[in-house]
Write a new protein. Structure first.
Length: 279
């Protein structure tokens, strides 16, 4: 595993997150301050990434936009994880009637294209950061439920779970102590994939005007504004586009490292069990 690439990815994510948290002290300008006499200017000593069509500093808007980006992704991933795990746990631990009904409903949601369903839910709830992120979480939760259900179905048949059940241990304790710690291993890896995907979907929704309302700084809306000026100032689209792409790549790199580590942990566990059986 290339540790250097992992450290670089983590360093970039930590730096961007720190800049977003400390935006009032890091950003050189007010992200909403306009200077129409200096609109669409290129990079300079005063404005390292230039200014947009309203003369606003691009770097400052990207730094402040990180707050909405990271905060929104945290909301969406939390909704996906909580709803998907609860959904899949119930469907996996009681797989007959309840599980069948829940999984058929999940199949119906998965049948719709992710972006189309996210746009439809956001349009129904109303545009905004929280509503758009909740919509993304709802759209991605059926896949998480399916993966959780598969893990729960596999673990619930193990002897230690059966022994705990026969010993009279309550179901919530069995799920919390014995089932979910093993069943959620692949779900944790899936969350890193969904984190990168959520950055993209969030950017698309903001690009379409369904995310953070303007003139608040947002990577997607800034990308939309830059695209509108692509003929007169094509360089404006580079900064938000590259930033969004770099963040997604870094998240996926961290996800790959997490997947490799958890896979090696599973292999070591299986080898120990084989050694015990042989002994």
């Amino acid at each position: 595993m290339n540790r250097a690439g992992l450290f670089v990815a983590l360093g970039i994510l930590v730096a961007l997150l720190s800049a977003a948290i400390f935006a009032p002290w890091v950003a050189p300008y007010d992200p909403l301050a306009q200077d129409l006499t200096n609109r669409l200017s290129g990079p300079s000593g005063a404005h390292l990434l230039g200014t947009d069509q309203f003369g606003r500093d691009v770097l400052s808007r990207l730094i402040w936009g990180g707050r909405n980006a990271f905060g929104g992704v945290a909301i969406a991933v939390s909704v996906t994880f909580v709803l998907g795990v609860l959904w899949g746990t119930v469907a996996g631990y009681w797989p007959r009637f309840t599980g069948t009904f829940l999984m058929r409903f999940a199949d119906i949601m998965i049948a719709f294209p992710t972006m189309v369903l996210a746009v439809a839910i956001t349009g129904s709830l109303g545009a905004g950061l929280v509503t758009s992120m909740v919509a993304i979480g709802l759209v991605l939760s059926p896949n998480t439920a399916q993966l959780t259900r598969s893990g729960v179905l596999a673990v619930r048949q193990q002897q230690f779970v059966q022994s705990a059940r026969l010993s009279g241990v309550r179901t919530p304790i069995i799920l919390a102590r014995h089932v979910l710690p093993l069943a959620l291993r692949p779900v944790v890896v899936q969350m890193t994939i969904y984190t990168g995907l959520t950055f993209v979907i969030q950017g698309v929704l903001s690009f379409l005007g369904l995310g953070v309302p303007k003139p608040a700084p947002s990577w997607g809306s800034d990308l939309s504004d830059a695209y509108a000026q692509i003929l007169s100032a094509p360089a404006q689209i580079i900064a938000p586009g590259v930033l969004l792409g770099v963040v997604v790549l870094c998240v996926y790199r961290v996800g790959d490292a997490l997947r490799d580590r958890m896979s090696s942990g599973v292999l070591r566990t299986e080898r120990k069990e084989d050694d015990v059986i042989v002994a």
